[in-house]
Design a protein around this ligand. Structure first.
Ligand code: TRP
Length: 337
């Protein structure tokens, strides 16, 4: 059985962009394949501590898992949810892979360069982040790793480390994840599906942007979210068209409308193309977002902590079994066992 694996860092409440661009597509993918693949969804809590956490980490971890459930994740025998820090093999394999990876290739990671830029002293975890991520993936022989574009380089690094390791030990201990270009095809996502910042639609919607109205958070009241849509930046061209380059604000609204209603973008674009009232479009999108958030928040509040812990029990016992078996093979290869 193939394994599909992914994780989403949970240092704070997620934005609508994280939800529509990453979490929801993952849930749909998981549901589609959960009869013929193992689906591992984990919280990379050890990755969380490379930087400051917004509020309490425990709260964030459990909320993150509830998000998946509220988004409709099926929970059959093939779907496993777990916390990275509850499977010690991740840290152990990370160390071993540290001795396979080179300073050169790890220093070239864009995320590391960006996160360390301008910092007086950068912690080693920021540097080592992709190696831990490689361990997350390789322990479970995952072929498919649905992630956002910003993580593609890390998946490519994972492939290189796995190939190097296999080559060195003359055995196919690690399964090589498929190339990121093929990951995208598997996910069925067209390139560049990114919800944009509402005030500056040339940028991605991000939780770290200060301006409140630039982003919608999953815990915003539906009314507040609708208001933010109404105040989104558009343009002065006066004609509705999907054109990310010249009309990023309008294009973003069309994108949100499609994603929130799970409708093909083409269809939504067709429906609005050539119309001239930006106000009507905003009202429609605001209404859609309001309805979506209302439903989502209702589902979220119905999920208890106990429900999550029960799933974690199953998931973590599965994860430890699979991960420890793979770790043992690696330890033997190096002569550690
Ligand atoms: N780096 C991912 C992010 O920032 C999270 C992550 C950690 C991950 N380990 C992973 C994703 C392994 C996929 C597979 O969101």
């Amino acid at each position: 059985m193939k394994t599909i694996l992914t994780g989403l860092r949970s240092n704070s409440v997620l934005t609508l962009g994280n939800y529509l661009g990453a979490l929801l597509p993952m849930v749909r993918l998981a549901n589609k394949h959960s009869n013929e693949a193992q689906v591992n969804i984990f919280v990379p809590d050890l990755h969380s501590i490379i930087s400051e956490v917004d509020g309490d980490l425990q709260t964030n971890i459990i909320r993150n898992l509830k998000y998946y459930l509220a988004a409709g994740l099926v929970t059959n025998d093939n779907v496993h949810i777990y916390r990275q820090s509850h499977v010690p093999a991740h840290s152990e394999l990370c160390w071993i892979l540290n001795c396979v990876a080179t300073m050169g290739e790890t220093s070239r990671m864009i995320q590391y360069k960006e996160k360390s830029k301008g910092q007086e002293s950068c912690n080693v975890g920021i540097f080592d982040y992709p190696i831990l991520m490689a361990a997350d993936i390789l322990l479970y022989s995952a072929e498919y790793v649905p992630v956002g574009e910003d993580q593609f380089q890390h998946v490519e690094l994972t492939r290189n480390l796995a190939m190097r390791f296999n080559h060195r030990f003359g055995e196919d201990i690690f399964t090589i994840p498929v190339k990121t270009a093929d990951q995208v095809k598997f996910m069925g996502l067209s390139d560049g599906v990114r919800v944009r910042d509402l005030l500056d639609p040339t940028k991605k919607m991000s939780k770290s942007t200060k301006a409140e109205n630039s982003k919608i958070m999953l815990d915003d009241t539906p009314e507040k979210a609708a208001k933010k849509i109404m105040s989104a930046t558009t343009d002065s061209l006066g004609k509705i068209k999907f054109d990310m380059f010249n009309q990023p604000g309008i294009s973003n609204l069309l994108q949100i409308e499609a994603l929130v209603n799970d409708r093909p973008l083409d269809e939504v674009v067709e429906e609005w193309s050539g119309k001239t009232s930006y106000g009507d479009l905003k009202k429609q999108v605001a209404e859609s977002v309001k309805t979506m958030l209302t439903n989502f928040q209702t589902k979220l509040s119905a999920i208890s902590d106990e429900q999550v812990y029960e799933l974690l029990n199953e998931g973590e016992s599965y994860a430890n079994k699979v991960a420890n078996a793979k770790l043992y093979e690696v330890q033997k290869a190096f002569g550690l066992r």
